[in-house]
Design a protein around this ligand. Structure first.
Ligand code: UD1
Ligand code: CA
Length: 451
């Protein structure tokens, strides 16, 4: 059966108390809606629709790379009305799977089970909840068959005792949905066109409604306020940390590692507490990450160790390196093997050769540093003249004295030394000591000023 997926995402999410539309609220660094789209893609649908409304163009602009058909719901008149905005475009013979933009943790296998249960009829995903307050309840007859869904606000005391809740996820045939949606009324406590009313219509039309129970509560949690957003974030954090541990990583505390993207790991990776991974990160065998590191789009070679409080972004770190504490590797920092980058050292758009060291208080920007170099404490590659950026070259075996200002463009030759405190404006020749600083004088007879 051909499949169309419709994601309802037009609601404002008043309870978020935010100027950002609800479906754009970040979960593990990505918009809520992105999570739903990613899962929907796994089902290989023939078409995917997103019903949008509140935040209109702002929402659309975030997903320009996705092949999505957008259906505008100008007024948010309810979930049934929302689906009605997309349904005319869907061919009659399609199965329609409805997902909610604010139910982000749903898993593809659960949806596959639901599709299998639809079987030319209607299937809905329900869940047993300890506290179903706020959710629609699944009402069954004495024979245990689903007969309708009643929204919490419309439910009587007895119905509110039902612990089987509607998740909002359902599958039905497009042609039938078109008929049912055209018959929806808004005579309920919220004055909305409820999608959930199609259940009783299906029963009226003698169709069997299958309710499939979601395997876990977490998967179907809806996000309506910031408290629920944090709960969902915690579930996702735990889930991703678990995947990482099952692949062999040691996490000192899985509740204190955030994976906001994809982390690919080798064997025996060790991750201490409060580490945040963003984007695409690769950690090769035996990498050790100390506490409080923020690691974004970075590749870290085998046996490299990051000491506490390092920040990396778009960097490539070779094997056997020692980084930090308090090091910052900015975009296009490329470190070969056995490189040491110590505390308060910043590296940007620079290549650093094998066995080279910059251990303290240094800025290396727009530089090419060779092998076995030693960059003394407080060295700055002065790369910016206020208008243009210039490169510094430091050749193999160079020894840059502490407090050197290297005014780019400039070259420090192979095996050259620069004296501590030098401001180097011209190339320093290979194998020689170059000094560029005022000569020290001591004034005889000088006295401290007195008050
Ligand atoms: C809905 C269900 C409820 C279920 C709960 C599960 C209905 C009537 N109720 O209630 O049975 O237990 O989800 O989380 O379906 N939306 C639109 N346009 C609208 C209204 C809503 O696109 O006019 C979208 C929202 O952006 C959201 C989703 O539909 O993504 C659900 O809307 P929401 O108002 O949160 O429904 P609930 O009250 O949570
Ligand atoms: Ca909701």
């Amino acid at each position: 059966m051909p499949l169309s997926i419709v994601i309802l995402a037009a609601g404002q999410g008043k309870r978020m108390q935010s100027s950002l539309p609800k479906v754009l609220q970040p979960l593990a660094g990505e918009p809520l809606l992105q999570h739903v789209i990613n899962t929907a893609r796994k089902l290989n649908p023939d078409a995917m629709y997103v019903v949008y409304g509140h935040g209109g163009d702002q929402v659309k602009a975030v997903f320009t790379n996705e092949s999505i058909q957008w259906a505008l719901q100008t007024e948010q008149l309810g979930t049934g009305h929302a689906l009605a905005q997309a349904i005319p475009a869907i061919p009659d013979d399609h199965d329609v799977l409805v997902l909610f933009g604010d139910v982000p943790l749903i898993h593809a296998p659960t949806l596959q089970a639901l599709l299998a249960a639809a079987n030319n009829s209607l299937a809905l995903l329900s869940v047993k909840l300890k506290d179903p307050t706020g959710y629609g309840r699944v009402i069954r007859n004495n024979a245990g068959q689903v007969v309708r869904i009643v929204e919490h606000k419309d439910a009587n005391t007895k119905e509110r005792l039902v612990d089987e809740a509607n998740t909002g996820v359902l599958v039905a045939n497009a042609k039938q949905l078109k008929q049912w949606l055209s018959q929806l009324k808004n005579s309920n406590s919220q004055g909305e066109y409820y999608l959930t009313d199609v259940i009783s219509m299906a029963v009226r039309d003698s169709l069997k409604v299958n309710a499939v129970l979601a395997p876990t509560e977490a998967e179907v949690l809806g996000v309506n306020d910031k408290v629920q957003l944090a709960e969902v974030e915690a579930h996702l954090r735990r889930q991703r940390a678990t995947e990482m541990m099952l692949k062999g990583a040691t996490l000192v505390d899985p509740t204190r590692v955030d994976i906001r993207g994809q982390v690919t790991i080798g064997k025996d990776v060790f991750i201490d507490v409060n580490v945040i991974f963003v984007g695409n990160v690769y950690l090769e065998d035996n990498v050790r990450i100390g506490p409080n590191c923020y690691i974004k789009d970075t590749r870290i070679g085998a046996n490299t160790e990051l000491h506490p409080n390092c920040v990396t972004d778009n960097a490539v770190i070779g094997p056997q390196c020692v980084i930090g504490p308090y090091a910052r590797l900015r975009p296009e920092a490329q470190l070969a093997d056995h490189v040491h980058i110590g505390n308060f050292v910043e590296v940007k758009k620079s290549n650093i050769g094998s066995h080279s060291k910059a251990n303290h208080l240094t800025y290396i920007g727009d530089a090419d540093v060779g092998k076995q170099c030693n960059i003394g404490a407080g060295t700055v590659t002065v790369n910016y003249d206020g208008a243009n950026k210039w490169r510094t070259t430091i050749e193999d075996n160079a020894f840059v004295g502490s407090g050197s200002m290297l005014i780019a463009p400039v070259k420090i030759g192979t095996g050259a030394n620069t004296g501590a405190g030098s401001t180097i404006t011209r190339d320093a020749p290979a194998g020689k000591l170059t000094l560029a600083r005022a000569r020290q004088v001591t004034l005889e007879g000088w006295q401290r000023p007195k008050k």
